[in-house]
Design a protein around this ligand. Structure first.
Ligand SMILES: Cc1cc2nc3c(=O)[nH]c(=O)nc-3n(C[C@H](O)[C@H](O)[C@H](O)COP(=O)(O)OP(=O)(O)OC[C@H]3O[C@@H](n4cnc5c(N)ncnc54)[C@H](O)[C@@H]3O)c2cc1C
Length: 455
């Protein structure tokens, strides 16, 4: 069997690419599968898998990292517009959702944004803060990928790519009936035996760059519960007919306040909104989408920085401008025009000079802009979602180690029912959960290996 050891991080990631190409005269080279032995097999060479692998290797474990894609960390590559928003300085557990968001506290406290920043500094990667604690690479997201590959190389991590896993099972018990406490993994490169398996296969978003439901299937195979999955950090869509008056605003962006939920679970964000042909997007909408429940409304204040009732009342007393022109002082004029045009369908004539509009009409206009309530008919789905909400139920995982109730089986990163807000939180969860897992693997497996060696 051919294996690619990642000692050279710039080496081809495709093990088969190194294979001598048989000439048409030579007999084909047949790869014989065999059983390999590792301390730990990490499935998924994305953010969490690469980070966990490098650490576990550097702590002294024999690590195999495999991925079915031929390129590592595609999501890091495309993240943050190619500059990767790799963490957020203000990370706390309140920036995450899940059935039990407190679950992430322990891991987040043991590996903080500044720990990751120190790693970047060690690798001399330049970065900057863009907005609300969000850190981005100055140059390119590739810097983060190269850093993670270098860390894997330092840890002597073996990497097989592309390599699909076809089955995972608990290794057969010993002759005396006791469990071997290890796993057998059937892969395209043969069978692997390992004491632990880490599932780091991420969520379902962006299937065209390698996302699969593999992690959830493994959880189900071992009877671990899954919290219902749904696209999150995703644009919202509306019924085509209802959206028609706003479709022409596609491309328009403005700062708004968005809110969803009822009294107890109400949440709001003050961020930008972007009109699209089919609905709404932009940072504010992506944030609120993670909390939005189908069939419920989203409430938007289109003028959060202004007291529009007072502004329009003052204008009514002193101006003869058209209502739309007065509105354009606080809103983009395209939006002001589209808004005023809705008047007749709502029983108001807003297409007149403001001094001729009734008090009732002016108040209704200001109120509707302050509390625009609309019910999405869905989302743009996994093709456009940045993350998957839901996942492996944290009730069956240890928050200290990421080990599941199935001994030796660990879950890290997005596959777990922990979803971060927009703004670098999801990568921070990938690093923190990967760190907790690597530490736990070393604490559990290194003493066991020493004992076995001295037996
Ligand atoms: C467009 C976009 C932009 C984003 N921008 C940001 C950002 O700026 N900041 C931020 O914090 N978060 C961002 N995110 C979210 C972030 O990328 C993810 O939360 C993070 O990558 C999750 O890390 P992970 O290691 O759990 O999963 P991933 O990084 O998705 O890695 C999973 C790996 O598992 C592999 N895999 C899947 N199935 C199998 C299988 N069956 N066999 C073997 N391997 C498999 C995949 O090929 C992949 O390499 C963005 C997401 C998207 C889609």
């Amino acid at each position: 069997m051919l294996r690619l050891n990642s000692a050279d991080p710039t080496a081809s990631q495709n093990a088969y690419a190194r294979r001598p190409q048989p000439s048409s005269a030579a007999p084909p080279l047949v790869l014989q599968p065999m059983t390999s032995q590792f301390d730990v097999v990490i499935i998924g060479a994305g953010a969490a898998g690469l980070f966990c692998a490098g650490l576990a290797g550097q702590l002294g474990l024999k690590v195999l990292l495999l991925d079915h894609s031929d390129r590592v960390a595609e999501k890091i590559r495309i993240s943050g517009g190619g500059h990767c928003n790799f963490t957020n300085l203000d990370t706390t557990a309140s920036n995450f959702l899940g059935d039990n968001p407190h679950f992430c506290r322990s891991a987040l406290s043991r590996y903080s944004p500044s720990d990751f920043v120190l790693l970047l500094q060690k690798h001399q990667i330049a970065y900057h803060e863009k907005h609300k604690g969000q850190l981005f690479c100055d140059r390119s997201a590739e810097d983060i990928i190269r850093m993670l590959l270098t860390e894997c190389a330092v840890g002597g991590v073996t990497r097989w790519q592309p390599c699909a896993v076809t089955a995972i099972r608990i290794a057969a018990s010993r002759h005396d009936g006791t469990s071997t406490g290890s796993y057998e993994i059937d892969s395209e490169h043969g069978t692997i035996r390992s004491a632990a398996v880490v599932v780091a296969t991420g969520g379902l978003s962006i299937p065209k760059i390698g996302a699969t439901d593999f992690g959830y299937r493994i959880a189900r195979q071992f009877d671990l519960p899954i919290v219902a999955l749904r696209p999150a950090l995703v644009p919202l869509t509306f019924d085509a007919q209802a959206w028609a008056p706003f479709a022409e605003l596609a491309g328009l962006s403005l700062p708004v306040q968005l809110e969803t939920g009822t009294k107890k679970d109400k949440i709001s964000f003050l961020e930008d909104l972007l009109f699209t042909h089919r609905g709404l997007s932009g940072p504010g909408v992506l944030q609120i989408s993670s909390y939005w429940q189908p069939g419920t409304p989203v409430r938007i204040n289109l003028t959060p920085q202004h007291d529009l009732v007072t502004l329009l009342s003052q204008a009514k007393a002193s101006s003869r401008k058209l209502v739309a022109n007065e509105l354009a002082a606080t809103l983009p004029s395209r939006l002001a025009d589209a808004w005023v045009a809705q008047g007749p369908s709502l029983g108001h004539d807003w297409r007149r000079p403001i001094n001729e509009a009734s008090d009732k009409a002016v108040t209704a206009l200001a109120e509707r802009l302050r509390r625009w309530e609309l019910t999405p008919n869905g989302t743009e789905g996994y093709a456009k979602a940045e993350v998957t909400a839901g996942g492996v139920d944290t009730r069956c995982l240890s928050s200290q180690t990421m080990e599941s109730t199935q001994p030796g089986l660990y879950f890290v990163g997005e596959v777990v029912d922990i979803t971060g807000w927009l703004g670098g939180y999801n990568f921070q969860w990938a690093w923190a959960s990967g760190f907790a897992c690597a530490q736990a693997l070393a604490a559990k497996l290194l003493p066991a290996r020493t004992t076995t060696a001295s037996d």
